[in-house]
Design a protein around this ligand. Structure first.
Ligand SMILES: Cc1ncc(COP(=O)(O)O)c(C=O)c1O
Length: 419
């Protein structure tokens, strides 16, 4: 039980009857009020992590900016928390620009990414005064030259491939040679020269991002020198990518350790007066949330299959890059009757496995099952496979729970189907 609590947001506890609570809200009451599956966010955990990141970055490189990679959890309530905590927002596309603006961000603090930005998305960014557009290649520059009016200006960064292969699943690796994002240094140098000749695009600096769920600090340091070799600029956006703790075995670097390494490399290679931006996503939000499911079926045979009322419709991380999660029976934590189980979802794929082997306490139909660390990339990759409705998001704080994204309705499921 202690171990599971370590994976749950700070402020989680177990009541005398064995029921999980977070920020003073009991899991059974959350399930009764909002239904299952439900994604529960501990708001204070979210805020504390944002503050930790800000303080630790400012202490090491005062001329710095922290922007939250919205893609990790792009709902207005989460983005608003980040804005209230003084962060900017990294957005990947028109939808995230819209939710960011709805969350009240100062557009000057927005950084737009994307390896295939459309004319519409770039137009939206320019029209709203998005602070930095990260150009991924010459097509972005062609489009901006068309979109920015004469006499106008758009500040840009150029995304560089550092040629660093982090030790992560291939599907979440982004800075290796041959990556689809950004440009190799020679092509980046050409584009930088071209932007230098533009009368409506201003070259502010460089961007690099090596991947996600990185559990070792070395790749972050390795990514800095290749960028620095392209010349001295005002701004260096060194990306995100720090790993989160999903499993009992995971030992991700602390924010402090990560920044010691990254800023150490910045001190070695970058101009002293430059601004450093970082854009963490996963490590800001993963551990601030968990998903509550209802156990619908228990089948005992070669394996004990514990099937729940969600799965790859609300958590694609397992199918996408084989992320391991842990789980527990949320209405009976701390019991002794461990049974090895495979937690599976309700979808029609054998790959719809939430946890491939975990000790559960006498799992039974009707139990509540909790999967910790579902704050990153689960909400945003939710889908309607097998006609399931996308699940709600609830913020828990000081003993009360607030719905911030409601469950999709059956009517919405067919609303786009115009027949
Ligand atoms: C350009 C960019 N910045 C930041 C991030 C955030 O990465 P993470 O959520 O791993 O911190 C991503 C996601 O992969 C990204 O593509």
């Amino acid at each position: 039980m202690d171990d599971l609590l370590e994976l749950l947001p700070p402020g989680s506890a177990v009541a005398a009857d064995g029921t999980l609570s977070v920020a003073g809200c009991r899991a059974d009451e959350l399930a009764a009020e909002f239904g299952t599956p439900v994604l529960v966010v501990a708001e204070s955990a979210l805020r504390d992590r944002a503050r930790e990141y800000r303080t630790e970055l400012a202490a090491r490189w005062p001329n710095s900016r922290l922007v939250f990679a919205s893609k990790a959890f792009p709902c207005t309530a989460v983005q608003r928390v980040m804005v209230e905590e003084g962060l900017g927002l990294d957005v990947a596309g028109g939808g995230e620009i819209r939710t960011a603006l709805k969350a009240g961000v100062d557009p000057a603090l927005v950084v737009l990414h994307g390896n295939a930005k459309s004319v519409d998305e770039l137009t939206l960014a320019v029209r709203h005064g998005v602070g930095l557009v990260v150009v991924d290649g010459p097509d972005d520059v062609d489009r901006l030259e068309e979109i920015v009016p004469p006499g106008g200006n758009q500040d840009v960064l150029v995304r560089v491939i550092p040629g660093v292969a982090a030790d992560v699943h291939a599907h979440v690796m982004t800075g290796h040679e041959g990556a689809k994002f950004g440009l190799a240094p020679p092509a980046a140098a050409e584009l930088i020269a071209r932007i230098g000749r533009s009368d409506r695009i201003t070259m502010r600096g460089l961007h690099v991002h090596v991947g996600s769920q990185i559990l070792d600090t070395a790749p972050f340091a390795q990514s800095v020198a290749p960028v620095a070799a392209l010349g001295a600029f005002e701004v260096y956006d060194l990306g995100g990518g720090l790993g989160a703790r999903y499993t009992y075995a995971d030992r991700p670097p602390s924010v402090g350790d990560y920044l010691d390494t990254l800023v150490g490399a910045a001190r070695q290679h970058l101009p002293r007066g430059a601004q450093v931006i970082i854009e963490p996503g996963r490590s800001m939000v993963a551990s601030a949330a968990f998903t509550l499911y209802r156990v619908t079926t228990v089948k005992r045979g070669a394996h004990t299959f514990v099937a729940v009322d969600g799965g790859m419709g609300d958590n694609l991380e397992v199918a996408l890059f084989a992320q391991r999660f842990e789980a527990g029976i949320a209405n009976r934590l701390g019991g002794t009757g461990g049974e090895r189980a495979v937690v599976v979802g309700r979808h029609c794929e054998s790959g719809d496995v939430l946890v491939d082997g975990v000790e559960l306490d006498a799992p039974a139909v009707g139990d509540l099952l909790v999967v910790p660390a579902t704050g990153a990339y689960c909400f945003t990759m939710a889908n309607n496979y097998n006609g399931t409705r996308r699940i709600p998001v609830v913020f828990a704080r000081d003993g009360s729970a607030r719905l911030v994204v409601r469950r999709e309705t059956w009517e919405e499921l067919s609303a786009r189907d115009v027949g």
